[in-house]
Design a protein around this ligand. Structure first.
Ligand code: ADP
Ligand code: MG
Length: 618
């Protein structure tokens, strides 16, 4: 048989290797910023056009390169940072593989200008797809400018695979955040399509965080400090009340390098246990310093994973340090979210002095009068001023207590019978299947011909709202309420980028925006179901949910928006619903296209047939 194995030409090998280093424009940004830091720069400027697809340029005032080094820097495995394998265990630089520039040059048009301090002239080098196009001497300032244009120009399949400019910009911004947070002692500028996105003067850790994430971040931060033989920890955690439903502002830096570590993340989250709601995540910016010999950063090509020698000790120290900070700064809220109010039994009150609920009967009370059926903003929520009209109003003594979120599950239960009797009298005005009562402030129970169904109130409402928003978005007929006084909200620049991205979809559901500048975003109109006080919270939630989702196509964006709004605005477990609201919700649920599962694919109700019940009595 003839020989069939051939050595790949260099440029093909380089292109293949480039795939490992350069997944998207953000990877180039990371490599170039890290090179500038390794070169000892004090000032670094990042310039991006069209999500990095047209241009990524990093200008630094670091060491610069000699003519020979400039040429060599684009060779594979050419690095000034290590010489022998042992050096890997004492790394103080970001780079060490000597692959980044070779990879980038293989798949883009690169123009480098560089001059070391003291040299009279610098070098300009142009490379296209690994081929040197020109090399000249030039007058230049000390330092290096690296411009990467037309990424993946010679690999159309990869170029087509890139997402929209805005999505790519978001990845770039994330990368920029990580590098800038790791190096507050360096001055960073970031320009996008000619406009300034960030101007971060040299500062301390706290100021850097605030400069990146916005002024309102300052009040959220609680300092963390610890020094042991194994590790030195500094940085900040966010106060528990600012915990978010999605992961977002969570940063670990080890020896000034951003890393991902699910294990250490767990240590921090477990320190927050009991002080934040389940399924929310604490924000943190934690800087760990360890002996470089005790870590291995060689296990991942893009180097965001690190292997620690003694992970267990680190875990324990981190957890207790974070706990200590929470305690020391007295930010552990008095309220215990973990406590499930629905599980509270009446016995919890055994040490309380017994107090009979005062029952006053409103003789003219008619639960089906228009006024009592007035829905809350989100549909079914009890309006605070509808008190005496509602059936819970029968217990006037309870009304204020309920406001204080004290569990009165036993009381509610008793009241069910009352609900029943009220319904009996009014039966003719009702469909025979719509007698309802609320169980444990969580379920709505109602009868059907064959037995009964138990509906999860929160999931049911999510389903109803979800379909409503989806419809609004697709037929573009959302009803918006104009605000008398436009709201002025502040967002970090990263959040503003996402807001710009989803603005159009937000318009279709009823948000109307006015001016958007670096400081504030003006909101002129909101969807009818959103109250003015909820706007900031709803937008924050929408932004963080969209941030998690990078696919960027408009269908999934619509879906995320509808889901987020449904989740945020829905009636929650623990909320009391008036009988009219219960019926309204049940009817709306069964008018849905899909009533069995919530938008998050959880069951909405269960059916218990008469047979099931009969069997229990055998
Ligand atoms: P690595 O960073 O892993 O060494 P790179 O391919 O990123 O590999 O860079 C190759 C070499 O080029 C570096 O080791 C460094 O000597 C030089 N270099 C790259 N960028 C710069 C820069 N901005 N300033 C000075 N030298 C640089
Ligand atoms: Mg490098």
């Amino acid at each position: 048989m003839a020989d069939i194995i051939k050595l790949l030409p260099d440029h093909v090998a380089n292109q293949i290797a480039a795939g490992e280093v350069v997944q998207r424009p953000a990877s180039v940004v990371k490599e170039l910023l890290e090179n500038a830091i390794d070169a000892g720069a004090n000032n670094i400027m990042l310039i991006v056009r069209d999500g990095g697809k047209a241009l990524i340029q990093v200008v630094d005032d670091g060491l610069g390169m000699s003519v020979t080094d400039a040429r060599l820097s684009f060779e594979r495995h050419a690095t000034s940072k290590i010489q022998k394998a042992e050096d890997l265990f004492n790394l103080n630089t970001k780079g060490f593989r000597g692959e980044a520039l070779a990879s980038i040059a293989a798949i883009a048009h690169v123009e480098m200008q560089t001059k070391p301090d003291g040299d009279e002239l610098g070098t300009v080098l142009k490379i296209e797809g690994s081929k040197i196009v020109s090399q000249e001497l030039t007058a230049a300032a000390k330092g290096t400018s690296m411009a990467v244009k037309n990424l993946f120009f010679n690999i159309p399949a990869r170029r087509n695979f890139l997402k929209s400019n805005q999505v790519e910009l978001r990845h770039i911004t994330d990368e920029f955040h990580r590098v800038a947070l790791a190096h507050p002692n360096i001055d960073f500028h970031f320009h996008n399509n000619g406009g300034e996105m960030f101007n971060l003067p040299k500062s301390n850790q706290r100021q850097r965080i605030v400069n990146i994430f916005g002024k309102k971040t300052n009040q959220k931060l609680v300092p963390v400090v610890e020094e042991t033989q194994v590790v030195k920890i500094s940085g900040f955690i966010n106060k528990p009340e600012f915990a978010k439903k999605s992961r977002g502002e969570q940063f670990f830096f080890v020896n000034n390098r951003f890393i991902k570590s699910p294990y250490l993340h767990h240590a921090v989250v477990s320190a927050f246990e009991g002080v934040i709601k389940t399924d929310t995540y604490p924000g943190y910016f934690l800087y760990l310093e360890v002996d470089p010999a005790s870590i291995d950063i060689n296990i991942h090509p893009t180097k965001t994973e690190v292997k620690f020698d003694d992970e267990h000790t680190l875990y324990a120290i981190l957890r207790s340090t974070v706990k200590h900070s929470l305690g020391q700064f007295n930010v552990v809220p008095a309220l215990d979210f973990e406590q499930d109010q629905n599980l509270e039994t009446p016995y919890a009150y055994k040490n309380k002095e017994a107090e009979l609920p005062r029952v006053t009967v409103d003789a003219g009370f008619n639960p089906f009068q228009e006024s009592t059926i007035s829905k809350g903003k989100s549909g079914y929520r009890k309006e605070s001023n509808s008190g005496s009209q509602s059936w819970e109003g029968l217990y006037t003594g309870l009304e204020s207590e309920i406001g204080k979120e004290v569990a009165f599950s036993s009381m509610q239960f008793e009241s069910d019978t009352i609900t029943g009797s009220v319904f009996d009298e009014q039966k003719e005005s009702l469909d025979s299947t719509t007698t309802t009562f609320q169980l444990r402030r969580k379920y709505i129970v109602t009868t059907i011909k064959s037995g009964m169904i138990v509906i999860d109130q929160s999931r049911a409402h999510q389903r109803v709202l979800y379909e409503k928003f989806l419809k609004n978005i697709t037929i573009k007929e959302a009803v918006s309420q104009q605000l008398l006084f436009p709201l002025s909200l502040s967002f970090s620049s990263a959040d503003r980028v996402i807001l710009e991205e989803i603005k159009e979809s937000l318009n279709t559901i009823g948000f109307i925006f006015g001016k958007m500048d670096t400081e504030t975003v003006e909101v002129k109109g909101v969807p009818v179901l959103v109250s003015e006080s909820e706007v900031g919270m709803v937008l924050d939630q929408l932004i963080s949910d969209c941030q998690m989702e990078v696919s960027g196509d408009s269908f999934s964006q619509t879906d995320i928006l509808a889901k987020t709004l449904a989740k945020t605005l829905s009636v929650k477990t623990g909320e009391i619903l008036e009988s009219a609201s219960q019926i309204g919700l049940v009817n709306d649920l069964f008018a849905c296209k899909e009533s069995l599962v919530s938008p998050f694919n959880k069951p909405v109700y269960v059916t218990i047939s008469e047979n099931d019940i009969d069997r229990k009595f055998i």
